[in-house]
Structure formats: structure tokens, C-alpha cells
Design a protein. Sequence first.
Length: 224
Amino acid sequence: MTQPLMPHATASWLVDNTALGFDQIADFCGLHILEVQAIADDTAATKLTGRDPVRAHELTMEEIEKGQADPDYRLKMLKGPEQVRRTKGPRYTPVSKRQDKPDGIAWIIKNHPEISDGAIGKLIGTTRTTIAAIRDRSHWNIANIVPKDPVTLGLTSQRELDALVTKAAKASGQDAPTDTRLEGDREALLSQLRAERDAAAREADGEETSTAPVEHTAETLFKR
């Protein structure tokens, strides 16, 4: 599926500037709904600068309006110019996040031992040597490495991690894990968001009614 060039920044803009649902934004940006919720709650690893998908010719205002009118509508991305992407070599990681890599690697090794070192390297953007050193605890900074979810650290997306876990589980003959974190609260979250929007709309209508001009008659003007 085609995704925006900068999915997290695009999601941040859509959260701040539209009334689209978290699930709609997650679907359009290729993110997990929990990532979008974290962006909306300002609990993401870093504060993102929004990227306007309309100005980037990835989305039209008509599509946004369709999505706002129908919570079940899925936004369709415009086919923009081909983007130049890296196809070889390790994933680039911002300097500010490179110190978090060992913690993310340790978390994957601990929680998903079925994932190969090569796959971890591609996901996190590191070398087999570093992964092996963390795995056998010979890493120079092993005393300070604390396993942390690489998604929380901003090293990868939940969707990419889930896809890798599923692929590794199938390759090893295990049953692919099922993400059940949203069961029971997904609909509640969406219902709450819709209720808040409805309440805001009713409040806006009430303000318009209260500020409507009052017609005066001779009787009301001179009545003591």
C-alpha cells in the first residue's frame, strides 16, 4: 500500500488539523492506531513537526472532508511523483536515537528470540556484530543496556515490528501472535472521540444561538 513519505509527521498534521478518526489516520499513514494515539496525546518519543499532505500533493481536501463525514471511509492517496528511497544498506537512524538502539535490540532478543540477527539488523539499522555482542552479553556497555520496546523508542513502527514477528513465527513453525491490545477498547475509544466531536458541535451551535441578534420593538424599548 502506498504511504506518505513522512508517515509520522503526516499523522501529526492530520491529528492537529482535521477531525479524522485515529483509525482513519493510522490506515492512511500505515501506522498502528496506538502510534497515532501517542502522537495525539503528545506521548510520542519526540514532538513531531506536522507535514501537510495536501501541500505535498499526497491528499486532497475533498478526501479529508469525505473522511470527516464518514468515520468508516478510508482515505485514498494521490499518486505523486516517485520518491527516491534507500534500497540497500542499513536503515538510517537519527543521531539522537542511535544511543537507544542497544536497548531496542535487547528487547527484541528477549521477547522474540525467533527473529534472526539479520532481520533485527534491517529493522533497527545496526550490524550483526552489535547484535551478537548484546546477545552474548559481551557488548562494551552491557551493564547499562535495558530492554525497551523499539516502537516506544521510535526506532521502528508497530506495523513493521508486527510483520517481522509474524514472518519469523511462521518460518520457525510457530503460531503467529495475535495483537489483542485493542480488543474491547477500540470501539470505546472511537465512540468517545465521536461523542466529544458531537458535544463540541452542539456547544458551537449553542454559542451561535446565544449570540443571535434580538429584535426590539417600541414596547420593549420603552417598557420600564
